[in-house]
Design a protein. Sequence first.
Length: 407
Amino acid sequence: MGELRRRRVIVDEGRCVECDFCKTVNVCRSPDQCIGCLSCFYACPYEARIIIEEEVEERLIKITVDGVEYNVPDGISVKEALQRIGVEFKPPGSRGLTAPCNLGGCWACAVLINGELERTCINPVRDGMKISLNIDEVEPLRIVHGPEPHRVGGKATPWFEVDGYGYVESAIWVAGCNLRCPQCQNYYVTYDNSGKPLTPREAAERLTECRSIYNTPGIAVSGGEPTLNRRWLIELFRNLREMNPKTRLHLDSNGTILTEDYVDELVEAGCNNIGVEPKAGRLDTYMTITGINDRSLAEKYFTNSWKILEYLVERYSDKVYIGAGFAYNSEWMSFEEVAEIGDKVAAIDPRLQVTVLDYFPTFRRRYIKRPSVDEMLKVKKILEERGLKTVIVQTRIGHIGPGDRSA
Ligand code: FES
């Protein structure tokens, strides 16, 4: 027995507006004792959670991992307990056990806990817990929103398929993200850790049914960040391809953790439409948009997004329809930077489809103003002056560009 320094999260009552996000969307799995997982800290739309540190008396409990008994402190997450006994969580995007979101949405950190697949990042370790790390034969899970038919699609939806009248894609949005964008445009999905998870087959069946009801030429997987749970995503695309031999299968990703072999595996599984979102032209802007304050991590993500875009264009232009996405708001991006983005994309391929989103106020950045239509048209003009041939800008009156799309 000894003293331990522990991270805890408490509610800042002065900021809490009782929106109930923490009761209905991002729900604590250990309400009797905070385990310092930080999921609620990142999820609260009103930033009404504070991290504190306190000394606690160390109390050891017993757990069994793959038949071997260990003593670990109580009051911590299963993930932390596993790390303490030497279990390795691999880098995000790898095959095997990873923990890329730490929010409870992606299920990439799940192992068998007392016989059930469960997430290690947000669940507390308990005395007598029996854990199995051997999950190769267990179907992976992930929290899914949708499917719903979509008239507009995403940054990589081929512009020539959008007519503004019919549905162009059947889409799902998956929970969990490795970014912490303060203006997250889809935060009810991103921070959802309480929705019922689906297997890849269940998600593929629902998407296929949606596609056949609405007769959409495409099926899309967006988020959150879909790439966080590799096994789930690859199996989803395999199932989708088997059920929909001729359909365009679209992955909408931030591109931060995609590697060349991951992209190869996705294409092999049947994915033939990929959107990557480097979001910005400069690292500082990227950090502002994504909320990643650790400069070296932000640089890694930012560089990777641009690199994987290049790889996709070089290697798969003939097989995969590719799109790039950027996030404009004068709050963080100048027109000079827009021109730099134009130059960077033109150096990769001036014909590449580029979609610039007019980020609107939501989540924690409710004070920003949505860019005007004129501003977005100026962004479009600048990019076209840098030689880009396929520029689409999102505006409050719809997407403007080739194949203008109503919102
Ligand atoms: S890392 Fe645990 S659910 Fe994403």
